[in-house]
Write a protein that binds this ligand. Structure first.
Ligand SMILES: [Zn+2]
Ligand SMILES: [Zn+2]
Length: 191
């Protein structure tokens, strides 16, 4: 990702991914320290309502499919978890994009109690140059499954197919659909 330019400054500033030099030889503590510094810069730059120091920042060495996660309780964001394997495989720039993604969740939870990848999320994701769901590490929020042939359709938003699957038939076999909430979604409520 190219560094964005900020005014007349020559070279990257702390909100630019390129300001940091970090590889997988660092410790988890160093990694999280850098993640927090970067997160504070992003919060300030984009005027997000997120308190970096009030959140618990964690590394997951077990997560495989998701790049990061926000956990929330009673609608309030509690922690941000970053996946070590994602950092090791894809590098700091990918992790930085994940941090921006998770900070959008924190912001929208604080402002609107919204944990979805809906319209608000999409608008902010564009501003913050991060992915909504194009990254394979970010799983869909729903699976629409054909009860006959087992075809699985990923759905990231609460479309008509998700809310009223009985209105639709499988395009492959004409079977009926059922909808499963995907528990792998990265904004995880604890209510
Ligand atoms: Zn089918
Ligand atoms: Zn997300």
């Amino acid at each position: 990702m190219p560094a964005s330019s900020h005014g007349d400054s020559d070279g990257p500033t702390r909100v630019d991914v390129d300001w940091y030099s970090l590889d997988e030889s660092c410790s988890h503590e160093e990694f999280l320290a850098v993640a927090r510094v970067y997160a504070r810069e992003v919060v300030a730059e984009y005027d997000l309502s997120a308190s970096v120091s009030d959140l618990t920042w964690e590394v997951s060495t077990r997560a495989k499919r998701r790049a990061g996660a926000v956990k929330y309780r009673d609608g309030d964001p509690v922690s941000v978890t970053l996946t070590w394997a994602h950092f090791a495989n894809r590098g700091w720039a990918a992790t930085a994009a994940t941090i921006r993604h998770e900070l959008i969740h924190v912001h929208l939870l604080n402002e609107h109690g919204d944990a979805s990848h809906g319209e608000r999320f999409c608008r902010l994701a564009e501003r913050l140059h991060t992915h909504v769901h194009c990254d394979r590490f970010v799983p869909p929020e729903w699976w629409v499954v054909c009860t006959d042939c087992g075809a699985r359709l990923a759905r990231y938003r609460q479309s008509k197919l998700v809310t009223d699957p009985a209105q639709y038939r499988c395009g492959d076999c004409g079977g009926a659909f059922r909808v499963e909430r995907n528990d792998d979604c990265d904004a995880v409520g604890d209510d």
